[in-house]
Design a protein around this ligand. Sequence first.
Ligand code: BTN
Length: 244
Amino acid sequence: MANWAGCAVRREASVDSTNRAARRWAAQGAPHGAAVVALAQTAGRGRLGRHWESPAGAGLYLSLVLRPGPQSPVWPSLTFRAALAAADACQAACGLRPAIKWPNDLVLSGRKISGILLEREGDAAVCGIGINVRQRAGDFPPELRGRAGSLEALSGRSVSLDALERALLASLEARMDAPGWKADYTAQCVTLGRTVRVLAPDGAFDGFAEGLDDVGALLVRDEAGQVRRVLAGDVSVRSPEGYV
Ligand code: BTN
């Protein structure tokens, strides 16, 4: 069971975005470990300005306020620790362990089942996690069909949202407090050791994902043989053939 993660929880039937709600709360002094959980989001937000589909009761939509302290060395790894925690929780809930697509998408059977949006609010971070739980293939909008999946559809097991939330809070706490993240992350990251296409605002390039540096930047050897350091902020990484 979690100790500090979920020490205060705000539950909403519907909210614009749990990240926005958690940021508003953080700005008013929400403590380390405060969480916002919603049954539905009307304007769920993803990375790179994308939308996150959030129909009522179909997924877990949770945002956690983190206050690691200004000097904490944990800041650069928050997003990677969150990905490991979400994978732990999915495994606990459905018996299957998702892989991680750098930086923080969770993938089961080649389909994205979870995404993470980490944002800064003053001296706090807000870690927003969305996990698809009940959607059937036809529930996703056409542009996501074939790329998105849900825990229940892919595992064939029924998943309790409450149990998934408890598992996620416990794993977030454990992963945030753990001494390291890189060895576990490297072992679970499907992007490494593959040819990737990096889509950045200033252009795209193909290369081979050789590894990660100590802050989690992806080290990609491009076709000219030069190693380029790719930061998660504004890039999308995929295989030249498709999503994973
Ligand atoms: C992504 O893969 O693009 C990240 C998706 C993050 C979605 C979650 S759902 C809970 C929290 N609230 C939001 O508005 N976004 C995150």
